[in-house]
Design a protein around this ligand. Sequence first.
Ligand code: ARG
Ligand code: ZN
Length: 867
Amino acid sequence: VAKKRADYQPADFEIEHVKLAFYLDETRTKVRAISTISRRVKHANTLVLDGVDLTLLSLNIDGEPYHDYLQTDAGLQINIDADNFELCIDTQINPEQNSSLEGLYKSAGTYCTQCEAEGFRKITYFLDRPDNLATYDVYIEAEQAAFPYLLSNGNPTGQGELENGKHWVSWSDPYKKPSYLFALVAGDFDLLEDSFSTLSGREVKLQLFVDKGNAAKGEHALASLKKAMAWDEQVYGLEYDLDIYMVVAVDFFNMGAMENKGLNVFNSKFVLADDLSATDEDYFNIESVIAHEYFHNWTGNRVTCRDWFQLSLKEGLTVFRDQQFSSDMASAAINRINNVKVIREHQFAEDASPMSHPIRPDEVMEMNNFYTVTVYNKGAEVISMLHKMLGQTGFRAGMDLYFERHDGQAVTCDDFVNAMADANQKNLNLFKRWYAQSGTPEVFADYLFDEQNQILTLSVKQVNAPTADQSYKQALSIPLDIEVLDSTGTPLPLFSGQQTSAVLTLEQQQQSWSFHCANQPAALCLLRDFSAPVKLHLSQTDEQLKLIMLNASDAFSRFDAWHQLLNRYINQTLESEHPQQGLPQKALCSIKNVLAEVLNDDKIDLALKAEMLCVPSFETMAQLNSQIDVEALLAIKQGLEHFLATELVESWFYHYQNNQTAAYEYNQQQVAKRRMHNVCLNYLLIADAAKYAEQAKQQYLSADNMSDTLGVLKACQDNHVALFDELMADFEQRWQHDALVMDKWFALQAGAFRSDILSRIELLKEHSGFSLRNPNRTRALIGTFAFYNTQAMHHIDGSGYKWLTEQLILLDKINPQVAARIVTPMLQFKRYDAIRQPLIKHQLMRLANQPDLSTDLYEKVSKALNI
Ligand code: ARG
Ligand code: ZN
């Protein structure tokens, strides 16, 4: 059954303080929880505690055994008259058997926890809801030899040795927190230490725990942490608040990382890096995820969510903050383009799917299903719109007021917007609709220029179509950041001042603006910097788009103009009689001519150039239409790549040679060069695999970094099977000891477009390195197939759907959270053709009919099938 946002009720009782004691054991861990409880509501006489998969050993109240309670699947109902009392519960849990990776579990040799969203109830009976804020004292006991480090939140308060080779450590967290921020880790690690002195001069000890032998791979993460700490002080005046900040890297983790107070737990993928084993993208992601979790200390921990429907309160805001940070650390332009790609490829797709939901959902069956691109990334876009409307100074004033009002509280998205509104004396009530309404707005724009009076009139209308979850839609408040170019590509002054750009906010269904414009406009950029998460329609000629591409002041607008130009040709083909023949010769030539100009334009920043030279992904092209024509999109993409590769082969070779990097360093210049280098290599192999194979192999053999190594493997993945197989065998030999690199190997295998792919994947499942219990490995093999191997996954004979479904049935028993992620490509079955639709639907029905299907999968499958 679904829970509704509208049904929120404060709890009848409150747990203000809890003492936890853990006696760690592989299969029989004992947990004692002593909760200090008080009644908040006079008439309530049943205390309802959450608890799942727990063995209850004993229950005492105020020191006496107590029997007036009922045990259910979801927890305990305790009948009680006292208003203030101490509840002591002993439970037993089995970490070894916990393959859901929620609650207390073992990741290889390490004990660790994941409590967000509702995992604490798998540890003990509790008020497992984010609005119960308590202080925690924790005692941990375990074997000393195997688990020398025993960690929890807050500050260490004591430690000692016991008989039988055991030892104990105790911790105390002075900050009140919800149960989802609790953490415990026990294991043996290499420890990297550093320190940070805060703005006000306090010394904070920094500790990073990684698997033995991996210390050198933690340096980048630790350096990133210090950058994030300094940035948050400079930009938001926010300091760290405990004496110690710990980060632990584990190999088995469902998501990216977790911001537990003072003790972050990370997927090792977002911690470990060195030049030979990590790509530029890995380095970037580590810095960004380390910052994200650090920023949560204020936006999430000091101020947390009242209930889980408010998840975007902390996630949208924290993603916005980590994106701001990344833009300050690296290329702001490329960063913005990549963020927009996530919205267009994945978030727009989610809006168009049966799982469509607003950034603040109204109904949830399984909370884990709502850690989505909508809540996170569209949530960040909503914050970004506020930032755009208020400016950094106004936004900062709103943040300051938010903390002044709500530090130490569990609050709602409305509380956040109210702080922004009050600090800026603005009415943001209309803006709040972004939190309530799902779907992708479509914006249609048009303009006229009155030459005599130099008046530009811009008319805009918005269309908000119904989505799977909501039929009634309202007009939204949509900021449009505009710039007008003259025929030389120079931005024109607007509003009779010197200013050449402005943010206009569309607040009605339809609106128009008339303003002074110094000269005849030649082209308009209307959605500079992607100022709102919408689909914009403004008809411009090829010449106008080219003008923007080569001249706009904003990098996103340039990149976007190129895609619009391409989309025009792609759409024409999709609407033609034989879309499966791909783009016609004339279109191919026009596109090639534009790209040749880009290629030879020295003014364009190299990173942006490399980005523009890539043909859009299948996912991007799939957004052009509500229906997905698999064969046509593949033909268009492959045909275009092949044409560009062969026609411009000399240029690719020239730029390939000209963008070699010296000894590896992770810096923006080198990152751009490597990207360009590998984009060119890919085209070379498409143009003539035999001719350039030697070049590719040479690069593979001499690479001193993983980006160049993977560049070769990706380039021959679909273009030179023999070389691919040869290098992949070598790669496996070289890297079999490194789990994160082997994930890349599995993903490369699973993503290859080849006719024998299904039987190869079956073999890979038998590989000694494969396990469905390891989420990174499962996502690498099964996830890559499902999301990115379009040819095989969507094979017209249905074999891809059938195979994926068989894997999901197995995986659901082991780790429902991961299974529910990987089912995503099948949920949108209605967007496929008449042959594929019933094939996918049949597999979804098969899932729906599984006995004991998890709520995770059930929620998604039942929505897709509308049952
Ligand atoms: N709060 C974490 C983050 O965004 C994500 C935790 C997600 N956990 C989950 N079970 N869905 O940094
Ligand atoms: Zn987060």
